[in-house]
Design a protein around this ligand. Structure first.
Ligand code: SF4
Ligand code: SF4
Length: 394
């Protein structure tokens, strides 16, 4: 759906608001609040619609503006998305708005993180984290960000990485960051429980979806987080978006997001949005989160397919004599075929340091996937990116 049709369809919120100036827009959006379902992001006190904008793969400021005009408030990006162009696009949009009318979250990964161990490597310094944050702030054209996440922490050591934590706390004291958090898509229950124990964090951004194989642990960690006052934001809610590489079987988006929101301890979600028809669906969910029996049955049926989503449980890893970073390679596969984003996939493959065809020479694959992935074939497929120059993809 193109922007023009989107607004014709009346899904952009109050009629005619797109023609108003920005201050009028902020006012018009307030009148729409009765319909939008809000939750409070833990102790931050931020009142947010239950669906927010995962900007990661969007370079279209018209789409972001339409979401804002439709009532979305939180826009989630990261220092590394699209080599910085994602933050720059948002910055151009934010510069036209009253600062208090939107909430922006960005993520910075401590430099030199070892993707095998999840630990910051020796060359990580608070200085590099700080300089990346400063660059993010200037790209976003704001004086402060509302939420700064340590990006992609998978271990206790990383959540407690002293220099990074100190830098984040200092930024909060200085008012350049309102709230600090951690994003995680591997070992999430461990990361969340560590955050609760440490008591210094405001928000967790975690993978959470109907396909995860350790939902009991996830649910109890999320419950503990919310009870402790942490704001809980869910990502990877669409579990890859597609059930097959050829993209003939889509995940039921509406059902998947409603399933996540059926957990009252989740305060908002950040599905990735790249097109107006997706935005249309997300804006509908923002006002109606009741998961129907039919949708529940569809999700149950979908769960029997392997799909594209690897929940990074690492159950397969001990079976691989070459100790390949299988969860990361499976995630790259999802980026390539589920998200159709070869650049993101290439970045992740390159971070792992694997060469093309890393399984060559291994007679039998003993790495068994709990979801039934053909791990060897997927690795062979995705590792081809090693030989494609990044500038052809980005
Ligand atoms: S085929 Fe590849 S993934 Fe499977 S066990 Fe051998 S090296 Fe590991
Ligand atoms: S490939 Fe399968 S077993 Fe391995 S981490 Fe992913 S979901 Fe778990």
């Amino acid at each position: 759906m193109k922007r023009r049709n989107f607004f014709r369809s009346g899904l952009a919120g109050a009629a005619g608001i797109t023609l108003m100036g920005n201050r009028a827009l902020a006012g018009a959006r307030t009148t729409d609040e009765g319909e939008v379902i809000y939750r409070t992001l833990g102790k931050t006190g931020l009142r947010l619609p239950v669906v927010s904008f995962g900007v990661m793969r969007s370079d279209n400021s018209s789409l972001v503006r339409a979401a804002y005009e439709g009532g979305m408030k939180l826009f989630d990006t990261a220092h590394g998305y699209m080599n910085g162009r994602n933050e720059e696009m948002l910055g151009g949009f934010f510069s036209t708005l009253p600062r208090e009318s939107f909430v922006v979250a960005t993520k910075v990964k401590p430099a030199g993180v070892d993707s095998r161990t999840g630990l910051p490597s020796k060359d990580t310094t608070a200085g590099s984290f700080l300089s990346m944050f400063n660059l993010s702030l200037s790209r976003l054209k704001v004086e402060y960000v509302d939420i700064l996440y340590m990006h992609s922490a998978d271990t206790v050591e990383m959540v407690r990485h002293k220099e990074t934590v100190k830098t984040m706390l200092d930024l909060k004291k200085q008012g350049r960051v309102r709230f600090i958090g951690v994003s995680t898509h591997k070992n999430e229950p461990l990361v969340i429980n560590t955050m609760v124990e440490d008591g210094i964090w405001d928000v967790v951004l975690t993978s959470y979806n109907y396909r995860q194989t350790y939902l009991a642990d996830m649910n109890s960690a999320i419950e503990r987080a919310a009870a402790s006052g942490l704001g809980v934001v869910a990502m990877k809610t669409l579990a890859g978006g597609w059930l097959d590489k050829e993209r003939t079987r889509p995940v039921n988006v509406q059902a998947a997001i409603r399933w996540v929101l059926s957990n009252p301890n989740v305060h908002t979600t950040i599905p990735g949005i790249t097109a107006f028809d997706q935005l249309e669906t997300d804006l509908k969910i923002m006002k109606d989160i009741v998961l129907t029996e039919k949708e529940k049955a569809e999700l149950t049926a979908e769960a029997s397919f392997p799909g594209l989503y690897c929940n990074a449980c690492s159950n397969c890893v001990p079976g691989c004599p070459n100790n390949l970073p299988i969860p990361e390679l499976m995630r790259a596969y999802m980026y390539a075929y589920g998200y159709h984003n070869a650049a993101m996939a290439s970045e992740l493959v390159s971070e792992t340091g694997v060469k093309a065809e890393p399984c060559a020479g291994c007679d039998t694959c003993n790495a068994r996937c709990v979801r039934g992935f053909d791990i060897r074939n997927k690795i062979s497929d995705i590792s081809r990116l090693v030989n494609v120059p990044y500038d052809l993809l980005a």
